[in-house]
Design a protein around this ligand. Structure first.
Ligand code: ARG
Length: 469
């Protein structure tokens, strides 16, 4: 290779020697950006098709390059992407293999293009797929939630505030709360997808190009809604990756909260749920144990996903226009978050679908803790026209008395209740059962079984599981 021996084949003209070992290592992104190979081939094919159509390269060369790219793709598919650090990244790896396969015509592929718009395009395509996959996975989780909520629209459990028994609710209502959260996550991914779906290809290095390219054509070929409108922004914008990570981070918080419910519910003092064997582990020392490891890891993974978001935010902070090499570090956090999120969604979907809810334990727990105390207060307001504050006070005395005897509210005799406030009569017992308590909460979005069934029916239509009535 004469004077340029050891120098890079792509820019060897300007460099006398090769990079040091450290430079090679710090520079190489191929170990991770090879994950972009499909997107890189697709974007290159769209580009060369456009170059041919615009007469920027000859039809013969365009066809030769397109065929060569197909061959490179077939090789990658069959045996993976080779990792040669001297070739730095997926873009140069592919171009170099293309040159080996088709000869000098390969050198025409990079006309009117730079790795800066190339990587921005490839990465957008990858993130767009990740958004679609997240959306799809979350929909499956919603299907599981709705189906279990339908089964348990009337199953009574304690509702908590401060993790203290507050009022009885239904398990269906509790599960549908997560349906709502996951619905917001889906819409965040969908919003982000709309915002990001513009093609940066053709922005070239930073300033655009003098070649008569057709950016609308490449945008359309790659499924974008059109080209981006500012070349500097196009090559230095990573908002789409941040949007993805923000949606992923928020979603992971929801998954972590759901995981936490299962962890608490599966603990022996609660005993509200038996976790599926397929998503639990045993202990190497304590034979009786069945640990909620999958749920704990979902809870743990949310920390890592939020970390990925933080990493990319800090990477992007303060970068002047346009491209800087810092931006090569955009990919590992996104790839990591995407695989953690996909696993977390799958684990929670399995957990929801297969958990055995111990509804008799839930119901018994709802009977404890004076969960219907508010119902007694509400009854006093309705039946005896007592102001709520006073009713609250009277009820407090009843709870205190029941507590001192170690019995439930509805086990107090009518004499005892009358001694507390003589306006109480024995119609009150009807209001003190947990069934009466949940049935009474029939305001829109409330926990009454009829209300939960309405929400489940609407959700089934929204998810396409049923035609609308
Ligand atoms: N591997 C690079 C990255 O991921 C590709 C873009 C390189 N551009 C450049 N001007 N060195 O960011």
């Amino acid at each position: 290779m004469g004077d340029n021996s050891g120098s890079n084949q792509m820019w060897g003209g300007r460099f006398a020697g090769g990079p040091s070992a450290i430079m090679r290592e710090i520079n190489a992104s191929i170990p991770f950006d090879k994950a972009l190979w499909r997107q890189d081939i697709a974007a290159s094919k769209a580009h060369v098709d456009m170059l041919g159509a615009q007469g920027i390269v000859s039809p013969d060369d365009a066809a030769l390059i397109a065929g060569g790219l197909d061959q490179v793709a077939a090789e990658y598919e069959a045996s993976g992407v080779p990792e040669n650090w001297d070739l730095e990244d997926i873009h140069m790896t592919t171009e170099s293999r293309l040159a080996e396969l088709i000869g000098p015509a390969a050198g025409r592929l990079h006309t009117a293009r730079s790795r800066n718009d190339q990587v921005a395009t490839d990465f957008r395509l990858w993130v767009r797929d990740a958004m679609d996959q997240a959306e799809l996975g979350l929909k499956q989780l919603q299907v599981a939630l709705v189906s279990r909520a339908g089964e348990h629209s009337g199953s009574i459990m304690p509702g908590f505030t401060h993790l203290q028994t507050a009022q009885p609710v239904t398990l269906g209502h509790h599960l549908m709360a997560y349906y709502e959260m996951i619905g917001r996550d889906r819409s965040r991914f969908a919003d982000a997808r709309v915002r990001m779906n513009r093609s940066p290809l053709g922005a070239a290095a930073l300033a655009g190009t003098g070649f008569p390219i057709d950016r609308f054509r490449t945008a359309e070929a790659l499924g974008f809604d059109g080209p981006t409108d500012n070349s500097l922004d196009s090559v230095s914008d990573r908002d789409f990756a941040l949007d993805y990570l923000m949606a992923a981070a928020q979603c992971s918080l929801h998954l972590s909260r759901l995981a936490e419910e299962f962890i608490i519910w599966a603990s022996q003092p609660f005993g509200f749920v038996t976790l599926p064997d397929s998503l639990s582990t045993g202990s190497s020392i304590m034979p009786q144990k069945k640990n909620p490891d999958a749920a704990e890891l979902v809870r743990g993974h949310s920390g890592r996903i939020v970390g990925c978001l933080t990493a990319l935010m800090i990477t992007m902070k303060g970068l002047p226009l346009a491209y800087s090499k810092d931006m090569q570090d955009d990919k590992p956090p996104v790839f990591e978050a995407a695989s953690l999120l996909a696993l977390s969604i799958a684990a929670m979907t399995g957990m929801v679908a297969e958990a055995k809810f111990r509804t008799e334990r839930m119901r018994a727990a709802a009977e404890l803790g004076y969960a219907t105390a508010t119902d007694l207060a509400d009854w006093l307001v309705r039946q005896a026209n007592i102001p709520f504050r006073e009713a609250h006070h009277i009820t407090g005395s009843a709870v205190k008395l029941a507590e001192s005897r170690g019995i439930a509210l509805d086990q107090l005799s009518i004499e005892d209740l009358k001694a507390i406030d003589e306006r109480i009569d024995d119609r009150v017992y009807a209001a003190l059962s947990v069934e009466a308590s949940v049935a009474a909460r029939c305001s829109h979005g409330g926990t009454a079984p009829d209300e939960v069934r309405k929400r489940v029916a609407q959700a089934r239509v929204a998810l396409g599981l049923e035609e609308s009535a």
